[in-house]
Design a protein around this ligand. Sequence first.
Ligand code: NAP
Length: 327
Amino acid sequence: MEGLKRPDVMMPSRGMGVVDDLIAERLPLHRLWLEADPDAWLANWGSRLRALASNGHQFPIDAGFMRRLPQLEIVASFGVGYEHIDAEWAGEHGVVVTHTPGVLDDEVADIAMALTIMTVRRLPQAERFLRAGEWAKSSFPLTASLRGRIMGILGLGRIGKAIARRAERFGLEIVYHGRRAQPDVPYRFYPSLTEMAKACDILMIAAPGGPETRRLVGAEVLGALGPDGVLINIARGTLVDEQALIEALRTGTILAAGFDVYENEPNVPAELIALDNAVLLPHVGSASVKTRRAMAECVVDNLVAWSKGKPPLTPVPETPWRGVWGR
Ligand code: NAP
């Protein structure tokens, strides 16, 4: 039972330093990216490793990778989105996947509201106008308004609800779309995303990434949003057809867009960067010192609980805890 006390953890890729530092304080940690020959290291250690820590969604933890670790019992992931991990396969093979839900909702919702106001009222453009010395020559042009507008939330989950609470306080009416109506929420549900896009002025994307939601927002939905419509995405870039978005912004099919996430981060299409009606942030939704630390602590708490034979605190729905080692 020696191995149960302080089992080794392996982190395949570099991410936020606070995550590996906090894990290393509690458990022996191997940083695969620092190994001179990661394949040789995996060949040597793979059959003994029981825990993985995933530090960012750039490194896919797919079935092929997990098969190289036949004793694997837990994958503790940093962040709430886990589409880079094959959670279905993990669930079928007794591997628990954990993520960091809840601790970042308010932080991301703050950014969602900020991005909404920045985009509708053109605040980055107004600031650039001042810095360029243009104010002395003329006033900044009048903008669209949040007054009397309807926000349609695609994905009324933890973050979507935190956004809805804020948006309501800003006087916006809230409607939502998801795979099913939620009986306990006071907002109107639209079973069709296109119908919701027709009915709302600001389409807020807060649903998970992954194959099921890939390019859900394309030409049809953008057309339905219309020339006064504003698209905000704080979820995952894969939910939007970026070429269709660029075309819609260029031709005035929609008014403007505010994005925190992109399909191929950190690469953002040059055509999008060139557009004056796009407000673009570099995936900073949860990126405060306080919240990133809380997320890192959640990763560590899951690993430490598991290492003591206790249930991990925040397993994803596909991999419910089934007792010691999940087997
Ligand atoms: P959550 O609580 O699981 O909520 C997700 C919502 O999306 C649920 O209400 C779900 O409702 C809906 N949904 C799921 N699949 C859908 C589909 N195929 N079509 C339509 N709606 C669907 O997740 P969360 O904690 O709010 O996080 C949401 C996402 O935000 C994460 O997955 C992550 O990618 C992103 N995120 C971004 C940042 C950032 O820094 N920008 C930070 C944190 C998280 P139904 O089950 O009723 O469909």
